[in-house]
Design a protein around this ligand. Structure first.
Ligand code: NAD
Ligand code: KPL
Length: 313
């Protein structure tokens, strides 16, 4: 591994949202010797974290304890590089809490699923550069401060304002975080959104694994047609290309898995529906573009969530 550039100290990564993805990134960056600080919600969480003496990263049979530093949002320390890893519905509030700490020209990486939260965050912090990310990695928390790297994957990062790739992608390389700079990150996010809209809500409504949708092929196909038409209407023709084929490929490849939305509902957690189906339906409404099947699906899902006492936004 090449030595650090001795002319300047490496920039610290602050990570806001110490959940599955945030701790997965924190642990890998820290393991590579990079300076990392977790920003946790409140004093009680900070106390609990200190009692655990750090983060544990579980990969297969191996586990590593990493003594990553942690602090509160209100700490008075400037932030030059931030990774935001809370859920889409928490992102705007979370960034507002630390906005005053962001230095002009800071980099903020937004690792939220769906669309809508990234734009809301970027509007709140115009003094920084927001980089959107889309990841196929999988992680879950086995217990407090113990994260399991459950699925190898890839992370695409990009700048919707077409800026250059940042030099700090080297940090990801050094940390063995599989990644790629994408000049078409918005298209990637739309494509992932469309996949999630075609699969996740139906798995909740039919209470099935992804493979269970093989019994509902006609319904999936109708949604794919409507989603592909909507993508084109939103100037995302590339994201619409062969959408149905990819949806069926993913259903087959992940047949034994429960979708993330199914897992959220099964565990009584809020879903990211507002940033997936909600975003798609709103995009259609703004363009006066009819998406009757997506609308019907959205309403069925909202009813389902309401019956379970879960938020429907
Ligand atoms: P998570 O719920 O495990 O973690 C989010 C964390 O953010 C929680 O610990 C929460 O307490 C914290 N948080 C929320 N608001 C905060 C605030 N104001 N201040 C401080 N902390 C705050 O979520 P996750 O699974 O890590 O997912 C994060 C994003 O990544 C989601 O959009 C998700 O869809 C996406 N994603 C997750 C996975 C995965 O495998 N977990 C994979 C790909 C993408
Ligand atoms: O990303 C997914 C999820 O479960 O959120 C897949 C596996 C693609 C299903 O939509």
């Amino acid at each position: 591994m090449p030595p650090f550039n001795c002319r300047s100290a490496p920039t610290r990564w602050h990570i806001l949202g110490a959940g599955s993805m945030g701790t997965l990134w924190a642990a890998r960056l820290a393991r590579a010797g990079l300076p990392v600080t977790l920003i946790v919600r409140n004093a009680a969480r900070l106390h609990a974290y200190k009692a655990a003496h750090g983060l544990t990263l579980v990969e297969g049979e191996q586990s590593h304890l990493l003594p990553v530093t942690a602090q509160l949002p209100e700490t008075d320390e400037p932030i030059e590089r931030l990774l935001l890893t809370c859920k889409a519905y928490d992102a705007e509030h979370a960034i507002a809490q630390i906005a005053h700490r962001l230095q002009p020209g800071a980099d903020v990486v937004l690792l939220q699923n769906g669309l809508g939260s990234q734009q809301a965050v970027a509007a709140r912090v115009p003094q920084v550069r927001c980089i959107f990310a889309s990841s196929t990695e999988g992680a879950f928390r086995e217990s407090d401060w113990r994260v399991v790297f459950a699925g190898a994957g890839h992370t695409w990062l990009g700048d919707t304002r077409q800026g250059e790739a940042p030099h700090w992608l080297e940090d990801l390389q050094r940390s063995h975080i599989a990644h790629e700079w994408s000049p078409t990150i918005l298209s990637r996010l739309w494509r992932k959104l469309a996949l999630n809209c075609a699969i996740n809500p139906l798995t909740v409504l039919y209470n099935c694994r992804n493979g269970g949708l093989q019994a509902h092929r006609a319904e999936v196909d109708t949604l794919c047609d409507e989603l592909a038409a909507l993508l084109k209407r939103c100037d995302q023709a590339e994201a619409a290309d062969n959408l149905d084929a990819e949806v069926h490929r993913v259903i087959q490849a992940t047949a034994n898995n429960y979708s993330s939305m199914h897992q959220d509902v099964a565990q009584g957690r809020r879903t990211e529906i507002g940033y997936l189906l909600g975003y798609a339906c709103e995009a259609a409404r703004q363009r006066q573009f009819a998406v009757p099947h997506l609308h019907a699906l959205h309403h069925r899902l909202i009813d389902h969530l309401k019956q379970r006492g879960l938020p429907c936004n």
